[in-house]
Design a protein around this ligand. Sequence first.
Ligand SMILES: C[S@@+](CC[C@H](N)C(=O)[O-])C[C@H]1O[C@@H](n2cnc3c(N)ncnc32)[C@H](O)[C@@H]1O
Length: 267
Amino acid sequence: MKLRTTMGRNRGLLVPTLRGVARGVVARRAEFRHHVVRDAWTIAKRFAAPGVVNIEKREIPLVMSAKVDGYLDDHQRMLIAALAQGLGFRTFFEIGTNRGRTTWTVVRNCPDMRAYTLDVPLERSADAAELAMGSDDQVFFRPGEATGEAFHGTQEETRIEQLWGDSASFDFSPYAGTIDLVYIDGAHTYEYVHSDTARALEMLSPGGMIVWDDYGSNPGVYAVVNELAPTLDRPVYHVFGTRMAIYSRTDFVVRRPFDDHASLPTV
Ligand SMILES: C[S@@+](CC[C@H](N)C(=O)[O-])C[C@H]1O[C@@H](n2cnc3c(N)ncnc32)[C@H](O)[C@@H]1O
């Protein structure tokens, strides 16, 4: 039997693919920018960040055996739930509730979890924000009845406390040193992420973890995390295929060669 190498097979696709790209740039310019240029830029930034360690999901052994139940529209929340479940976390604090799908997914998969989730008060207008907001933040800034709807009326709701306030002025002091998993996903400007990160570090328990959403894709998150990473006692990881950056006081990564796709990790 003759075996063709992957490189050989890809070489055959080069010309038709480049032709398709040229056609797409002309006929579907906006889609090309959104799906190709933006993704390529995100991947390049991720590769270029000096202080953040890039990992694959298979370098997180506990994820390889995790089974979680949750909303699949954003697969990242399944990974957050798997980390919380696998590390036996008992307290979760989310900045930026929105519909509450991540909070519900985390609580659903962690029977001992107590969760707190903060969003701006329902009547709040974006103009009243304490710090600078980005245009992308305005898209999600729709405080209303739908905030937390994913857990309203569910059996998980009794373990979830919904909190209201602007994260830049909210009093986080009652949670100091007690939160196992902090998820930063409120406003994404440098000013907000910087402030939210300082509060997250204060809230973190001795074995806790901080997850930033939109690392790589959002310049504010990217700048804060890259600046902070070299000053921390442990690495900050970015998980390939997600928007997540993670700082953890509990070990959860086993490094593997980046091109080792075949051998199964020891779970
Ligand atoms: C991207 S959504 C969060 C999505 C949610 N974490 C999830 O995983 O489904 C951002 C949320 O942050 C909230 N938000 C924006 N600025 C905030 C602030 N200063 N303080 C608290 N929440 C804020 C918005 O109202 C919006 O609901």
